[in-house]
Unconditional design. Structure first.
Length: 221
C-alpha cells in the first residue's frame, strides 16, 4: 500500500489580511470563463452580466505569493452594469499603463498601441503596481483583500493620490504605513519621530515604485 509522507510538507500558515493601503507589484492570471471572447469572460450566476475574473499574486516583499481576486464587469443588462463596465475598462487601461510604463496623458502612437489588446488573454502574466484594499466582513463572509487602485507612472511621485495616510484629517493621528509602528507623544498624537519615519517610508516606497515602472518600460522597449 502506497504511503503519503507529508513530513516535508510546509507547515500550515494562518494568512491574515494584507493591511489596507499596501503598495505591491502584482502579477495577473486570467481565470478561465464560461462565456464569449475566446472563453475569457465569466457569466454571473444570474446570467445578467459578464466580466473578467482576475487572480492577482504579490510578486515580492513581505506578502510575496499572497493572492487576491477581482471580478471586472464588462457587459450586462442594466444601467448599473453599464457603469460597472465603464469603471472596469478604466481599470484595465490603468493596468496596461502601469505594466507598460505609459503615462495616462500620452497620446503618441506608441502609447495608443500599448493600450490595445487582441484578446483579454494578453493580460496573463502582466505585472503592475497596485494599492491593496480591504473589503470588510459581511453576510457571513470574512474580510478580504481587494484591488483598491492601480498605480500608473504619473502617480509614482504623487503622495496625495497614492498613500492612504495622506487622507487623514488634520489634527488627528495619521494611520501608520504597513509594517510601521505609530509613534505617539504624551497626548496620543504622532510626534516628530513618527512623522520623520513616515516620510522616510514614503520616499522608499516611491523609489521602489519608480524602479518597478522603469523595469517594466525596459521590458516593453
Amino acid at each position: 500500500m502506497q504511503q503519503h509522507d507529508l513530513n516535508d510538507a510546509d507547515v500550515q500558515r494562518d494568512f491574515d489580511i494584507i493591511p489596507d493601503g499596501t503598495i505591491a507589484e502584482l502579477q495577473i492570471k486570467v481565470r478561465p470563463g464560461n462565456s464569449s471572447d475566446d472563453g475569457y469572460l465569466r457569466t454571473s450566476n444570474d446570467g445578467n452580466s459578464q466580466g473578467l475574473d482576475l487572480e492577482l499574486t504579490v510578486v515580492a516583499g513581505e506578502y510575496a505569493k499572497r493572492k487576491l481576486w477581482t471580478l471586472l464587469t464588462l457587459d450586462g443588462k442594466t444601467d448599473g452594469h453599464a457603469e460597472a463596465a465603464r469603471i472596469s475598462r478604466s481599470k484595465i487601461r490603468a493596468i496596461l499603463e502601469s505594466a507598460r510604463g505609459i503615462m495616462p496623458d500620452d497620446q503618441s502612437d506608441t502609447a495608443k498601441a500599448a493600450r490595445r489588446m487582441n484578446h483579454y488573454g494578453e493580460l496573463n502574466g502582466l505585472r503592475f503596481i497596485g494599492r491593496i484594499g480591504v473589503q470588510p466582513a459581511q453576510n457571513g463572509f470574512k474580510a478580504k483583500n481587494t484591488l483598491d487602485l492601480v498605480i500608473t507612472p504619473d502617480r509614482t511621485g504623487n503622495q496625495s493620490s497614492r498613500w492612504p495616510s495622506s487622507r487623514a484629517p488634520k489634527g488627528r493621528l495619521r494611520r501608520a504605513l504597513p509594517g510601521q509602528r505609530r509613534s505617539r507623544g504624551r497626548h496620543g498624537r504622532a510626534n516628530g519621530t513618527g512623522r520623520r519615519m513616515a516620510a522616510a517610508g514614503n520616499r522608499r516606497r516611491r523609489r521602489r515604485c519608480a524602479q518597478a515602472h522603469a523595469r517594466q518600460r525596459r521590458r516593453h522597449q
